[in-house]
Design a protein around this ligand. Sequence first.
Ligand code: BES
Ligand code: ZN
Ligand code: ZN
Length: 500
Amino acid sequence: MMQITIESKTLEQIEADALIVPVFEGRREGRFGAADLCDSGEVAGKSQELTLLHHPPGVASRRVLLAGAGKLEKFSPAELRKSVGAAVRHLKSKSVKRIAFATDPDYATPDYVSAAVEGAILGDFEPDRYKTGNDKKSVDEFVAAIADLTLAGQDHTKPTDSAGQSLGRLEEAVSRGRILGEAQNFTRGLVNEPANRLTPAKLADAARQMASEYQLDCDVLERAQMEELGMGALLGVAQGSAEPPALIVLRYKPAKAESAAHLGLVGKGVTFDTGGISIKPSEGMEKMKYDMAGGAAMIGAMRAIAQLKPSLPVTAFIPCVENMPGSRAQRPGDIVVAMSGKTIEVINTDAEGRLILADALTYARRQGCTHLVDAATLTAAVGVALGHLNVGLFANDDGMRDRVLQAARAEGERMWPLPLEDDYKDYLKSAFADLANVGGRYGGAVTAAMFLKEFAEDTPWVHLDIAGTAWLDESKPFLAKGPSGVGVRTLVRLATDWKD
Ligand code: BES
Ligand code: ZN
Ligand code: ZN
């Protein structure tokens, strides 16, 4: 775990292996002997540009890393998160262990400080824990390359700087940043686990262990209980695998509930998606271990929620199955009865996410949730619509949509609203049952969301399709290749900012 401390030292006094200093476009950095580099244009301050200076004059640190952060007018916590992330990834490739980040009155507000800490923690994550020599402990204990992060550069004890900061508020911001960064990495660790190691039962174990560490209640419903509850849609998907299904329920209750609302977080937990009898092509199928990224985002969010203690109750529901084409597998044409009573014709067994989510949404409503958000790697089509940059967002309620969009904006997670008009329901018509589980060739992300809407019923609900954003095929300067952990920060912010 990264040690993070705030020190009231000047930049000159900090002794680190490397001191990260943001530089801005059009702003000349005269310190650290950088003036010439700025004048020659080598250091331009462009977003994520990195320049490492060795033994810079006038400072106790052995190196200064100038971290380009773009134009000061466009600077934001999201930009700082990326900039620090890129700096950390660069430094760890040089075996640097102790880093410092130069705070500045211009960006010492809690949002910036949290973002800097998050950027460092997120930049430290690598998906290579199964390479020989790397630690293979529990998923949430990946080896941090960076041992120490010090935030310094001004006298934090005086509440006199331009932002009016006090040390207490800065400490709180560091703590929030750490909680969020670690929760997102926890999610990434789970998503990264291969499906032979992370079955539905193992995912439930990981949730249970996390819950006991952070004082959350955790129940795991087994097949027999699902049968009793009539979860025919979920059970239909599960029946093709030798691995039994699990419905993970994680509960957070505030000491004193100040809210009439009860937030339900529902996440798709398909530990592997072969497609079932409607089997997927083998090309790229190995990536389908990330089909539980929505569920993992909810577990990660609950880990942070348990520590940040919002004022409303939050319960997460993660239906976990392995979608396999075993001899007992459901077939195209099968008709299942969902817990809500609706009948579904399974046209395509590869549209399994919506089937398990249907029952989880119904269960969440019956458990008293007044507001729902689900996250799921639901459709390839959302990537066709939005590329890898934006989460597809659907809502049956404008107020709920705005809450989630606002939380996403505050956390620098990009989400884009897509339509959910009743006319799309025609796409899901079946001659034999109430609903078919797939629409036609077009508007795949919308018809999938439309299907879920039937089960959210009249509860204000948002659906996040993260199939295009939960996995990075290539690493970014600030984030390793593999699981992105998208959604975690937005969901936590939604809960902690909640007002009735
Ligand atoms: N898990 C997939 C969606 C997916 C695809 C996630 C690619 C990440 C990357 C989902 O279960 C699925 O297979 N959806 C089908 C739906 C279709 C059969 C209507 C799809 O998107 O092709
Ligand atoms: Zn599928
Ligand atoms: Zn799937």
